[in-house]
Design a protein around this ligand. Structure first.
Ligand code: SF4
Length: 308
């Protein structure tokens, strides 16, 4: 069988080792070298171009159904649990806690839950919206495991590396939020980020108030593609008397967007994290669909007050 191997950035270092393994099993192997950000980003076009029969996608579990044979190989990482003891100091005042993690550590969630329950806590595991598959699992775009239990808990705890995943969850919740980072050996409270990002969002909207020309980002990635939303947004912008064009790419390159000098602002329909994490990487702001709606409303109010 001809197989296309696909690795997220953190696992690309394993490409040759895995290629050799599949070859030793009698397969013909080709490795995708394209950037890969999630299981939303399957290299189906590449697989078809090289006439592969199947994609083996490492590091993630299934995101949604596609019309191509894909085998998902999640990559479990055993993170040290030594910080759990220390976390009891900061979690002292909170009786009911939600715990969440990424697919890499989901196999450790039972052990983590049991630890806190033995220490007298009540642990609540939320349910993802659907892109993540297991209770307590979060993705950058599926923070259901945090938001669906926000009203039932006194605090949230994220266990895992980096800020990318907990950032989405902290912005979608209202309770104290702690990050246990087993690789950096740190425990941080990050709910202060809610205000920071609220201000950043307000700043983007205000800086787009004079915008007349909007570029709407529509990705061709299988799990991000949303042409319908792109068309709805375009119609809304044009109804407001402004100009819009749909811009399509697989991975958006911020330098290329910057070269599109006619656009005063961009509106994101692709990975929702682009409008949060990458919003200021371009000359013109990148708005989410909700931020665009706020902006259009403000423009209407401005016009009304000018007429009065
Ligand atoms: S849409 Fe964005 S956040 Fe969601 S899996 Fe893909 S890259 Fe990650």
């Amino acid at each position: 069988m001809r197989i296309l191997l696909q690795f997220p950035e953190g696992l690309k270092q394993k490409a040759l080792e895995q290629a050799k393994r599949y070859e030793s099993e009698g397969h013909e192997v080709i490795v995708s070298a394209s950037p890969t950000f999630g299981a939303c980003d399957l290299a189906i076009d590449e697989a078809r171009s090289v006439k592969a029969d199947k994609i083996v996608h490492f590091g993630h579990n299934e995101f949604h159904k596609v019309d191509f044979d894909v085998e998902y190989v999640p990559y479990a990482i055993d993170a040290p649990l030594t910080l759990l003891d220390n976390s009891l100091d900061v979690l002292g005042p909170y009786q009911r806690i939600s715990i969440m993690t990424t697919v890499q550590h989901i196999h450790q969630l039972k052990q983590i839950t049991e630890f806190y329950e033995k220490k007298g806590k009540t642990v609540v595991l939320g349910k993802p919206y659907g892109f993540a598959k297991e209770r307590g699992q979060i993705l950058g775009c599926d923070i259901g495991s945090a938001s669906t239990v926000d009203r039932d808990v006194d605090a949230h705890v994220y266990f895992g590396g980096g800020l990318f995943h907990p950032l989405g969850a902290v912005l979608a919740t209202t309770k104290p939020f702690f990050v246990i980072e087993p690789f950096q050996n740190t425990i941080k409270q990050i709910d202060g980020l809610r205000d920071t990002y609220k201000k950043k969002s307000r700043g983007k909207i205000l800086s787009s108030l004079r915008a007349k020309n909007f570029g709407i980002l529509v990705s061709t990635k299988n799990g991000q593609h949303n042409m319908n939303l792109g068309c709805i947004i375009k119609a809304k912008i044009e109804k407001a008397g402004l100009n819009a064009a749909i811009l399509v790419a697989n991975t958006f390159d911020f330098t290329s967007l910057d070269n599109m000098l006619e656009f005063d602002a961009f509106v994101n329909t692709a990975c929702p994290r682009i409008a949060i994490d990458d919003a200021t990487r371009t000359r013109a702001p990148i708005l989410s669909a909700n931020e665009l709606m706020e902006l259009l409303q403000m423009k209407v109010e401005q016009q009304i007050s000018k007429r009065l």
